[in-house]
Design a protein around this ligand. Structure first.
Ligand code: CAO
Length: 413
């Protein structure tokens, strides 16, 4: 004879008159022990109530909007096998960490929930997640009230496979947000340059562990020298900015620390050491960021580099750069000195292994020869690929470049 059982709301931590916000089963459904059957929402949290039995649902006795407490009838079920005692409902994770901390189970769950918050998913999705060994707490739900639907699970697995599968680096798909709900919006498609930049910086960000080393160069003498020759350069039709000297200083650094003038080969087992000195310059254009390359900087004089820098950045802003203009770089410089800011963390333009960020120079009181003196200090931010460059070498390179800029005689040599 069929063993029909009433399935009651178990102990829900003393909460009363809790709203039923979702019914996850219907008459005729087969459920396993622990499959979620309804979702409740109290003022503090949302929780799924699992089935205490395995069997077939005969009748659902609640509907969305009902208020229930411990002992309320949820459904009747034709139970398979022996009836086992109903378990207490595992309390869901609450958003505020201090509240979760009072409940050990929930606190532990929170640690494994990078997306934050409880997991809402029906029995079918949970079963599928189990079969695919997917931790549902990592899957963003796009169903009603953030519920995880099968499509979310497939999307998650697809992204995980595309980004390295079992490497542990799988990135959860971004949650879909309906921004219209919060105010007026407008959709602007990204142009080709921005999409290209996005792909490149993303690849660099996820493949190269990067460290940024900050330093300062005393450019007081360099600036005096630059001011002396500035007009001469203008008369010849170009600008003499600090960047040209910084390019020379970087080349001096590449010569002294050849590791910075390298790239990892495709296997990641060998370094390709470059014997040429081409410097990429990040140029801000109306269309986005482009990085033309100035070749053989070591062989060119300061004025020649300044002229070429003016020409190539104009070419970039006129959208006339060719792929050849943007290839062959050894290391990139990203100068925001003409704009402002004190420091930033540029992203390495892989397969290069380092990038130098330049911020705005500023007069500071520096203690020199027993007294404070006004000195023009230039902030430098060197980001390097830590797979290739150690922290000590990063600091040595940054210090050396700063020294070169502080004593321009080293640049002229
Ligand atoms: N500190 C103080 N002043 C600085 C400076 C610095 N670090 N760098 C430049 N300046 C001054 C210049 O001397 C110039 O002033 P003067 O005309 O009085 O000499 C003024 O700022 C403007 O310089 P500039 O920006 O036109 O020229 P530049 O050679 O320094 O830079 C270029 C050229 C193409 C790099 C720059 O125009 C540019 O596009 N920068 C943005 C790069 C960018 O977007 N990087 C972010 C990439 S994301 O990682």
């Amino acid at each position: 004879m069929a063993n029909v059982q009433n399935v009651l709301i178990p102990d829900i931590g003393g909460a009363e008159d809790v709203d039923v916000i979702e019914i996850l089963i219907k008459a005729g459904d087969e459920v396993a022990v622990e499959d979620s059957i309804i979702t409740l929402e109290s003022e503090k949290a949302t929780m799924e109530v699992p089935s205490p039995y395995a069997g077939k649902i005969k009748k659902v006795s609640v509907k969305v909007g009902d208020k229930v407490s411990e002992g309320s009838l949820m459904c009747t079920m034709e139970v398979k096998g022996e009836v086992v005692e109903a378990k207490e409902v595992e309390q869901p994770v609450e958003k505020a960490p201090e509240k979760s901390a009072a409940k050990p189970t929930a606190a532990a769950a929170q640690m494994s929930q990078p997306l934050g918050g409880p997991v809402y998913a029906g029995p079918g999705v949970r079963r599928l997640a189990h079969e695919l060994s997917v931790d549902l707490s990592r899957v963003p739900g796009t169903g009603p009230k953030g519920r995880i639907i099968k499509q979310d699970l497939y999307q998650f697995v697809k992204s995980a496979m595309a980004s390295g599968g079992g490497s542990g680096l799988a990135v959860a798909a971004a949650p879909k947000v309906d921004f219209k709900k919060f105010g007026e919006i407008e959709i602007t498609p990204l142009n080709k340059i921005k999409r290209f930049t996005a792909a490149n910086v993303h690849r660099s960000w996820v493949t190269a562990p990067q460290v940024t080393q900050f330093s300062e160069a005393d450019t007081t003498d360099l600036e005096a020298f630059r001011q002396k020759h500035k007009q001469e350069a203008i008369d010849q039709g170009f600008k003499l900015t600090p960047l040209v000297f910084i390019m020379k200083a970087v080349v001096a650094g590449l010569k002294k620390f050849p590791m910075f003038n390298s790239s990892l080969d495709a296997t990641g087992q060998n370094l390709i050491m470059k014997k040429y000195f081409n410097i990429g310059i990040a140029v801000d254009t109306a269309e986005g960021l482009v990085v033309p390359v100035i070749r053989n900087v070591d062989k060119k004089r300061i004025y020649a580099i300044a002229k070429e820098l003016g020409e190539i950045s104009q070419k970039a802003r006129d959208k006339k750069l060719t792929p050849v203009d943007m290839s062959g770089g050894c290391m990139t410089i990203s100068s925001l000195g003409g704009i402002g800011g004190t420091a930033f963390t540029p992203i390495v333009n892989t397969p290069e292994v380092a990038i130098l960020g330049v911020s705005r120079a500023k007069i500071q009181a520096v203690f020199v020869d027993g007294e404070f003196q006004p000195r023009l200090m230039l902030p430098l931010s060197l980001t390097y690929d830590h797979r290739v460059i150690d922290g000590a070498d990063g600091a040595r390179f940054a210090t050396y470049v700063s020294e070169c800029l502080s004593d321009i005689r080293t640049l002229v040599l």
